[in-house]
Design a protein around this ligand. Structure first.
Ligand SMILES: C[S@@+](CC[C@H](N)C(=O)[O-])C[C@H]1O[C@@H](n2cnc3c(N)ncnc32)[C@H](O)[C@@H]1O
Length: 273
């Protein structure tokens, strides 16, 4: 019985990986384009500002960008002088990353690997800083394993309450299942992701040996909350002053406990103890 179940689980996993690879291979050529819109640029700005607060002082530090895709974060990190390892399941996303790093003359600062975040090819305690901004909740143990003791992690997680709120209009039953904790998963980018509340995220990582430094509320829904019109969110040119006002507001809201339930994603920063 055990063997059959084990085989079934590994078949499911390899089908999942194959699907994820196909999905992201198809999206690779247009992934970066989205960050040229007001919404994408605002999200990128917030992601980067939050990340900068936690980066190692030492520019010789080794950083892993797991599920790093087209190197959205690998590129600026390599430009700052860090040695970065970029890994991802999608060869096409990695190809885009490689071209960008080559163009920007920082390819020598980066090692690139095709691999699954749930089965990392690196030795224990290989990195001073590990970021994983997709699939992190399924790979908690692996991400912690490759982080040095005293090193830091940044993991994006799917927010249970923010997703329940935004799903309610389309599918009230699924939304309520998330609220009642009868369902712990949401489909995000076509993939099944574990959904956690701020408190569940804290417990998940603390149980696994991480001191949680901060959990930020980011992404989806926050611009609607500020009533930024859809037309502005999707536009590719904008008023700089308004952009600065919006991003300051997003950064302030990301830390505000009373609104943390409303975002669709959480970014957890912690230190491996
Ligand atoms: C939304 S993109 C994010 C890319 C990057 N982290 C960023 O923030 O710009 C998600 C990425 O996760 C990758 N991915 C999904 N599942 C993965 C897995 N199991 N192992 C490695 N990478 C995975 C995809 O190929 C894709 O490049």
């Amino acid at each position: 019985m055990g063997k059959i179940r084990g085989r079934k689980m590994s078949e499911d996993k390899s089908r999942e990986i194959k699907n994820a690879r196909e999905t992201w291979d198809k999206r690779a050529h247009r992934f970066d384009k989205w960050y040229e819109t007001f919404k994408g640029a605002a999200e990128h700005h917030v992601d980067w500002e939050l990340l900068k607060r936690h980066l190692p002082q030492d520019r010789d530090a080794k950083i892993l960008d797991a599920a790093g895709g087209t190197g959205r974060m690998t590129l600026p990190l390599a430009k700052m002088g860090y040695s970065v390892t970029l890994c991802d399941i999608s060869p096409s996303m990695l190809k885009v990353a490689r071209q960008k790093l080559l163009r920007e003359k920082v390819l020598d600062k980066v090692e690139i690997f095709e691999c699954d975040v749930r089965k990392l090819r690196f030795a224990d305690e290989s990195f001073d800083f590990v970021l994983c901004w997709d699939g992190g909740s399924q790979a908690t143990e692996e991400l912690i394993r490759v982080t040095k003791k005293g090193g830091k992690l940044s993991v994006s997680l799917v927010n249970r309450w923010g997703n329940a709120i935004s799903e309610f209009r389309e599918d009230p039953d699924s939304a309520l299942a998330l609220f009642r904790s009868k369902s712990n998963y949401v489909v995000h980018h076509g993939e099944k992701c574990m959904a956690v509340s701020v408190e569940e995220a804290r417990q998940l990582f603390e149980k696994a040996g991480v001191r949680v430094i901060e959990i930020y509320a980011v992404y989806g829904g926050m611009l609607d909350l500020l009533s930024v019109p859809r037309k502005v969110q999707e536009s590719r040119s904008w008023d700089e002053r308004f952009f600065r006002q919006v991003t300051e507001m997003l950064l302030r809201l990301s830390e505000e406990p009373s609104v943390k339930g409303l975002s669709r994603h959480l970014f957890l920063y912690g230190e491996r103890i």
